[in-house]
Design a protein around this ligand. Structure first.
Ligand SMILES: *[C@@H]1O[C@H](CO)[C@@H](O)[C@H](O)[C@H]1NC(C)=O
Ligand SMILES: *[C@@H]1O[C@H](CO)[C@@H](O)[C@H](O)[C@H]1NC(C)=O
Length: 287
């Protein structure tokens, strides 16, 4: 008994460490999206939704990190593999166990939830195993596949009905298009590391254009979404102001540290984007 709990805690920490750096990019935005879009049915559904999202993020992240230990040793030495908390064969085993667990869990809900799990498995397989992560178009498609699968699954679990209605469908499509045109935001800070690994991200392929494009995309999306979700004038000004601020930050401040900070702001903006569909349900953002 005396050693059981410390051990369990140690392993729980290991598992959490796999997911920690992407909580801000995946777990929180997807949770907010599902709560707002579904809209949230009850507290137990919220809990199940959280667990489903986190479990699926874990599945993707173990797959990713059981391959890239060398790359992580430089940038993220605290991750489970480079830190020596888990061996590579163990991580590979855990990877397949997590796939099985996710599939089984979704199957308990029904075939309509197995589909997002399957989609997610396929995108991670293409991304990590077949190396699509190395090129910006492939990377982008995998990102969309990942985001939209998680959004659909989480929305189904959190909502009162398992039907994905018109508002949810529209919100997922918009989110996919938005990710496709703005996700290069995450690559600016990694340009040096990616170059050494021979990757071609959009900021490497077109350094100047990608900055201007990001600025335009952030402003354009902010205006379009304010109009599309009918948010009130004050909120629209605030939201467009935020998009402009993040875009200008990316355009004018270009050191690695500044890009890392800009990415945090981008994620806050993305979080707000994902709340907006709630307005179509409740009309609460009307001032
Ligand atoms: C973690 O998983 C998410 C969801 O698929 C993915 O977008 C992200 O890039 C992954 N990150 C790492 C470091 O594995
Ligand atoms: C893991 O994900 C990161 C971030 O999305 C990506 O840059 C990296 O190439 C992936 N690793 C592998 C082995 O695919």
């Amino acid at each position: 008994m005396t050693t059981l709990f410390p051990r369990l805690r140690y392993h729980a920490q290991t598992v959490v460490l796999f997911t920690i750096s992407d909580l801000k990019t995946i777990f929180f935005p997807i949770s907010v999206f599902a709560c707002a879009t579904a809209p949230l049915h009850s507290a137990p559904r919220l809990l199940w939704g959280f667990m489903w999202i986190w479990m699926h993020q874990l599945m993707c992240n173990i797959s990713n990190q059981s391959k890239g230990a060398a790359e992580d040793a430089i940038n993220k030495p605290w991750r489970p593999l480079p830190a020596g908390r888990i061996t590579e064969p163990q991580a590979t085993a855990l990877r397949w166990i997590s796939v099985g667990l996710c599939a089984w869990w979704s199957a308990m809900y029904g075939p309509d939830l197995v589909l997002p799990t399957l989609m997610l498995f396929i995108t991670t397989f293409l991304y990590d195993e077949l190396g699509l992560a190395g090129h910006y178009i492939g990377k982008n498609f995998c990102n969309i596949g990942g985001y939209t699968s998680l959004e659909i699954g989480a929305t189904k679990i959190m909502g009162a009905s398992r039907e994905i209605d018109y508002i949810s469908t529209t919100a997922v499509c918009i989110s996919g298009a938005l990710i496709f045109t703005t996700i290069q935001a995450q690559d600016f800070a990694d340009v040096e590391g990616d170059k050494q690994l021979g990757r071609v991200t959009l900021p490497i392929y077109a350094p100047e254009f990608s900055r201007a494009f990001t600025l335009g995309a952030l402003i354009g999306w902010s205006i379009f979404l304010s109009w599309f979700w009918h948010i009130g004038p004050l909120c629209a000004i605030g939201f467009i102001g935020m998009g402009t601020f993040v875009g200008l930050r990316y355009y004018t401040r270009r050191t690695e540290a500044e890009d890392r900070e800009s990415y945090v702001f981008y994620n806050i903006w993305l979080m707000i984007v994902h709340v907006l569909p709630l307005n179509a349900r409740t009309g609460f953002i009307r001032f």
